[in-house]
Design a protein around this ligand. Structure first.
Ligand code: SF4
Length: 358
């Protein structure tokens, strides 16, 4: 039997799973493309994990990433944390004195400042595509160079070409322009890496004190050209962890291990996860002017969780088994004159779930 703590990081581009042993050493890692279907990716990832670790006994499980709530409901996780905390914990595990974490993933990038193991500041870019893994994938396809070789090209450059990296659209058109002018591909790719590093530091690093040790993680940390560009600009040596592409999952697995101290895991088990027909759908709540987009996660039609409800009423109502309005809101004017949509929906979901075999 293999006992392990699991960490699952579900992002829009990749779904990563990590299994840690009881001494928090990495036993196994899985990195999958989410391909727009986080449920399928999580189920496939978990299936791969148990086939690589026969007899796996899950001691605790944690979830992070943009799909963390979905995974939390599917797996019955012990800890759910945002990506900032998960990445900071992961980096600190391998580099205890780390003061700066640069993370660049498929669709976003983060800069996390730590002092004495505590996150004191962070910045996140979810808007500009330039510098993210997706943008680099797109450029590698356009240049017909495998993404794994991108860094090598940059390191062979003689004289990096200046590329405008303020945004993805400008960077791409500037690269095309430089290609048309006949610059070598190596110099253009090195120029792109420098532009992306400049863009990252100008956007996320503005006003922040980037102190060593600096750890670079996320899928893009595989790109040696970008690593070299960061080291050149910061005039610092940058550390890249062995498990750079799954550090969020490592971090949340550690947090799950902490959360289950003195109690049993809430992990739902193989049958529940692998044989479940999970679906998610969303509705706009009309309970108040916030008009939250409330997402429900269902298994064989039974609602497992709601999220997106700012006031947490859908979630609270589900947990209490109460399909109606929360007690403290019954006397006010909220929702008078018509049944709030969330109330109708919960009642409908409760009926749908009745008698279902789960
Ligand atoms: S979920 Fe709560 S905060 Fe959001 S619209 Fe409904 S009642 Fe308002």
């Amino acid at each position: 039997m293999v006992k392990a703590y699991l960490g699952v990081d579900v992002g829009s581009v990749s779904t990563n799973l990590v299994a840690l042993d009881s001494e928090f050493k990495v036993l196994e890692t899985i990195y999958l493309r989410t391909m727009g279907n986080p449920v399928k990716a999580s189920q496939e990832g978990y299936q791969m994990l148990i086939s690589r670790l026969p007899g796996l006994k899950v001691m605790g499980v944690g979830a992070t990433g943009s799909g963390r709530n979905l995974v939390a409901a599917m797996l019955g996780v012990d800890e759910v944390k945002n990506e900032i905390t998960a990445h900071a914990v992961g980096a600190t595990h391998f580099f205890p004195g780390v003061q700066t974490v640069m993370e660049i993933g498929g669709q976003d990038s983060k800069l996390i400042m730590l002092r004495d193991g505590v996150v004191i500041d962070f910045a996140m870019n979810t808007v500009c595509a330039a510098g993210t893994g997706s943008f680099l994938d797109q450029q590698s396809l356009r240049l017909n160079i495998p993404i794994e070789e991108f860094g090598g090209y940059a390191l062979r450059a003689g004289q990096p070409v200046r590329i405008a990296g303020r945004c993805g659209v400008f960077a791409e058109s500037d690269m095309i322009h430089k290609q048309q002018m006949g610059y070598p591909t190596e110099d253009i790719i090195a120029g792109l890496c420098e532009a992306l590093a400049r863009n990252y530091l100008n956007n996320l690093g503005k006003g922040k004190e980037i102190k060593p040790p600096v750890v670079f993680q996320g899928g893009v940390a595989a790109n040696k050209g970008l690593l070299q560009a960061f080291e050149k600009m910061l005039q610092l040596e940058i550390l890249v962890p062995d498990y750079y592409d799954v550090m969020g999952a490592v971090g949340v697995a550690l947090l799950a291990a902490e959360a289950v101290q003195g109690r049993k895991t809430t992990f739902r088990g193989n049958k529940f996860i692998l044989e479940g027909d999970f679906q998610s759908n969303s509705i706009e709540c009309t309970g108040c002017p916030n008009a939250c987009e409330v997402v429900s996660i269902q298994r064989h039609g039974q609602v497992l969780a709601y999220f997106g409800d700012r006031c947490r009423r859908w979630d609270a109502s589900l947990r209490s088994g109460n399909g109606g309005l929360p007690e403290e809101r019954k006397d006010d004017n909220w929702g008078q004159g018509s049944t709030p949509l969330w109330e109708e929906q919960i009642s409908h979901d409760s009926q749908t779930a009745a008698g279902q075999d789960v």
